[in-house]
Design a binder for this molecule. Structure first.
Ligand code: SAH
Length: 595
């Protein structure tokens, strides 16, 4: 149970449009409360006797007709009569600005509490049923900070630092992405429900916000566990949701700086990425121009380059460097990869390469991020190939293919080298640089020693997803084996089933394989080495339920084996525990870089 001291507040965003807020007092704080109330679309009413000395800010607002002044002393009945007709005259919230020593403050507070009217009394947490946050507002984006009474100056400092760390124009980007999301939903609905009703809607502009998915209404919903569900290229049912899922992935994976700079061109590219299911027949097809080819097309964040034909006049072949960028934290780059980033003419980055790494790219260097999204991995890969060939082979440039983790570990690095060789890039013009793989870093940063004497003597790195989305052969159990599964969390239930029972696969039941006990310890490590790293410790029996409950924060992997409990003792009776945040390198920095 949460104790009094560690209890936090329920943070919520209230829709106050046309609400009536009572403000008691005439000091500068009363003026500021009126301002906050007005910004939220509410109608503040000030209660103060005619003789009161008004703060000039208040006087100005009253004069402008924004604040209504009832020139009188407060009367208990005001709470129940000055409100909106719709709620029988009860006011929607009360701000008392005269402080805790004024006897009226505690009187109004208890009256409000009795009548379930939200009340805020300045400097008197015990008299408040709500407090205001220190807020940063940028267009539709609002960020609020509270220290829960530990210090408003501190909250404001933290809020300023959080705001300063955000790229400029993020508010504009939120608005733009919000519009894009609505437009995709509308177009998909049009294509699915038929042109006729859609046309009426379009003409009257009457799209029912309630009709779409409800994610918009509540920001507390993290990515669902199925966010990363695999969509194969011929999965017709999923086609209609592809663009919206692509948009979710853009929001999840693009560096914030890149998101903040999203342009009309990007928006058009997202819209064209997949035609709506029946775009050709749709009455509104003109707002969603169907891609001329049946294949999804723009996969790169700037206009895609095409491989120009091999011509005798082309310059000497440049260089293609496949460089591993490590699991996420920029300090985990190798010096070789760092040098490659510094010397590149063009960087083609995987979508998983985090922004902290992309921040190291010199400003002059062109960067493109793969628009890989569910169901188009192959097409995204082809487009990257074409861009790399055009720049290196045809224009003599240094191209860095920045890949997450290690390029040869489930990064399609091998296929890329083979492709470049087969397409006229001499072998000595292709360089592969290793990277720290998430398969080994994630266990380490989660405090799981992949091998340890008397615990585990081998590590098996596997994938949870085979070619075309098929499940690969599951590995057998050995007590001293640590198995690490990449690309597995989206089908965790299936994987657990395969590991713990003899499921029939392609008409064959592999009875020989030793099954993993359901109480085998395991850990889900997400965004290892990133500031929002999360570790869920549990057992095979509960891991699917844990992921379902906690949602997903890609990329993540699964570690299975008793090594997961070598340095961690689970609490009796707890099905899983969640650890938030990454401190792996901070501690070290504190020692070597004393303030
Ligand atoms: N070449 C990469 C792996 C690419 S496959 C490497 O060596 O790390 C992509 C998978 O890697 C993801 O599905 C996820 O399982 C895993 N992964 C990549 N980065 C990760 C990270 N920071 N934390 C946890 N898992 C990660």
């Amino acid at each position: 149970m949460t104790t009094e001291t560690d209890a936090t507040s329920l943070l919520a965003a209230f829709n106050c449009r046309d609400n009536i807020h009572l403000v008691i007092g005439t000091n500068p704080l009363a003026a500021s409360r009126c301002g906050q109330s007005l910004k939220a679309g509410a109608r503040p009413i000030l209660i103060a006797p005619e003789t009161a000395e008004l703060h000039y800010g208040l006087a100005k607002r009253i004069e402008a007709g924004e604040v209504t002044w009832h020139k009188k002393e407060f009367h208990d009945n005001d709470l129940l009569t000055l409100g909106r007709e719709e709620v029988d005259g009860v006011v929607d919230a009360v701000f008392v600005t005269s402080g805790p020593r004024d006897p009226l403050s505690s009187h109004i507070s208890s009256l409000c509490k009795r009548n379930r009217i939200p009340v805020n009394v300045v400097d008197a947490p015990h008299l408040c049923t709500f407090s205001l946050l220190s807020t940063h507002t940028d267009g539709p984006l609002q960020i609020g900070v509270t220290t829960n009474g530990r210090g408003c100056k501190l909250a404001s400092r933290i809020r300023r630092d959080v705001a300063a760390s955000l790229p400029p124009n993020l508010g504009v980007a939120c608005a733009r992405l919000g519009q894009l999301r609505r437009r995709i939903q509308q177009e998909d609905r049009v294509a699915l429900t038929g042109a006729a009703s859609a046309q009426t809607q379009a003409e009257t502009g009457s799209y029912d916000a309630d009709d779409g998915d409800h994610e918009d209404a509540d920001d507390s919903v993290d990515q669902s566990a199925s966010f990363n569900r695999l969509v194969t290229e011929d999965d017709a049912d999923a086609a209609k949701t592809r663009r919206i899922r692509w948009l979710s992935q853009v929001c999840e994976y693009w560096p914030l700086k890149r998101l903040a700079a999203i342009s009309d061109e990007d928006v058009e590219a997202v819209l064209r990425s997949y035609p709506t299911p029946d775009a050709h027949d749709s009455a509104l097809s003109h707002i969603a121009p169907a891609s001329p080819s049946p294949h999804p097309s723009p996969l790169l964040s700037s206009s895609s380059a095409s491989a120009s034909p091999f011509s005798p006049s082309r310059p000497k072949c440049g260089l293609i460097i496949l460089a591993g960028s490590g699991p996420g934290h920029p300090d985990l780059l190798t010096r070789a990869t760092h040098k490659a980033i510094q010397s590149a003419d063009l960087i083609l980055a995987d979508k998983l390469v985090p922004s902290a790494v992309l921040d190291l790219v010199p400003r002059r260097t062109q960067v493109r991020i793969a628009r890989k999204f569910p169901g188009n991995a192959d097409a995204a890969q082809e487009e990257l190939h074409a861009a790399a060939l055009a720049a290196a082979r045809d224009q003599g440039q240094v191209v860095v293919r920045l890949k997450q983790g290690d390029p040869f570990l489930y990064g399609r690095g091998g296929e890329e080298v083979a492709y470049f060789r087969a397409n006229g890039v001499p072998a000595d013009r292709i360089v592969v640089l290793p990277g720290l793989t998430s398969a080994l870093c994630a266990p380490l940063f989660a405090g799981v020693p992949a091998t340890m004497r008397d615990v585990a003597d081998q590590v098996l790195v596997c994938t949870g997803t085979g070619k075309k989305g098929r499940a690969p052969d599951p590995p057998g159990y050995r007590a001293a084996r640590t198995a690490v599964f990449l690309m597995a969390l989206h089908r965790i239930e299936g994987l657990v089933e395969e590991l713990t029972s003899h499921v029939e696969r392609e008409g064959h039941k592999d009875e020989e394989r030793v099954l993993w006990p359901r109480d085998t310890p395991c850990a889900v490590v997400e965004r290892a080495s990133c500031p929002d790293q999360r570790v869920i410790r549990t057992t095979l029996g509960f891991v699917a339920q844990a992921i379902e409950a906690e949602g997903s924060r890609p990329p993540g992997l699964l570690i299975v084996g008793r090594a997961c409990e070598a340095l961690f003792t689970p609490e009796k009776g707890r099905m899983w525990t969640v650890e938030e945040g990454f401190r792996g390198l901070d501690v070290w920095e504190e020692v070597v870089l004393p303030a």
